[in-house]
Design a protein around this ligand. Structure first.
Ligand SMILES: [Zn+2]
Length: 269
């Protein structure tokens, strides 16, 4: 079976080593994982998740009476935190998730990206997505790349020129004549991958379909006014720390996923 996320990680290493604008990325601090998403459903192909965002200032939710405007309920104080993901001694700074099988079905023919590329192989749409997610990594290590508008104000994360810059990097990478062995897996759609490799597997987190996400943590030390009803926060339903023990390999099919365990492997659940 093909380990799709591993193949993407190897390709990313090649892209980063041949693309000056991305050469600051240390792929040891980046983890690629799979999420499930049907091909025919709408949604993202991939997402860059930043694990370096600092803890937020304390805050709370509140509810007001619609007619009087009076505060009726509030939540406990909380801060928003980022979980820690560690693989061996290395703290992971970014996660990039790929939605399978949807990502594998991407082609330029069905995409507005075609205008950016003209006549190139249809699977270049997938390479474009991979470079796009890498380009979200902020060279100043502050999170997701903030792009400035011409007047110096902050743009949304896809600022003017973002897609064109990605296409330029993809074209320049292809022009370096990379080893086809590194990227030829992108040419197959999901069905083609299953036929050729006998199945598709990917790295996932133990709490699949969940994965490390920002969470709320109560600040019980902060005072709360006496006469308002305070709603407790929902209990934390994900780990604060993920390690390599939280990484599983799952097989993905068109409709479902299942965890693979090695023969002879036995561990407490
Ligand atoms: Zn994006």
């Amino acid at each position: 079976m093909i380990n799709y996320t591993e193949r993407i990680a190897i390709l990313m290493q090649d892209v980063v080593s041949r693309t000056p604008a991305l050469s600051f990325i240390d792929l040891r601090e980046l983890l690629v994982f799979g999420r499930f998403g049907r091909s025919e459903a709408e949604g993202a192909f991939a997402t860059c998740h930043c694990l370096t965002l600092p803890e937020s200032e304390p805050g709370y939710y509140f509810w007001r009476d619609r007619s009087t405007g009076e505060l009726t309920r509030r939540s406990e104080w909380f801060v928003t935190k980022t979980p820690v993901v560690r693989v061996g001694p290395t703290a992971i700074k970014y996660l990039i998730s790929f939605v399978l099988p949807r990502f594998c079905e991407q082609t330029l023919g069905r995409s507005w990206k075609r205008e950016l590329y003209g006549s190139v192989d249809p699977w270049v749409a997938k390479l474009d997505t991979i470079v796009h997610e890498l380009y979200h990594i902020d060279p100043d290590a502050g999170g997701i790349r903030q792009l400035a508008n011409a007047d110096g104000t902050r743009a949304r994360s896809h600022g003017p020129g973002f897609y064109e810059q990605v296409a330029d990097m993809v074209r320049a990478y292809i022009a370096t004549d990379p080893d086809p062995e590194v990227n030829d897996f992108l040419q197959w759609d999901f069905n083609g991958l299953q036929k050729r490799f006998g199945g598709v597997v990917a790295t996932t987190f133990r709490n699949f379909p969940s994965f490390p996400q920002r969470y709320l943590e109560a600040c019980t030390a902060l005072p709360v006014d006496g006469d308002v009803k305070v709603e407790p926060l929902k209990p934390l339903n994900q780990p604060r720390l993920y390690t390599e023990d939280d990484l599983h390999i799952r097989q993905f099919t068109d409709t479902t996923t299942r965890r693979l365990t090695r023969k002879g492997q036995h561990r407490a659940a």
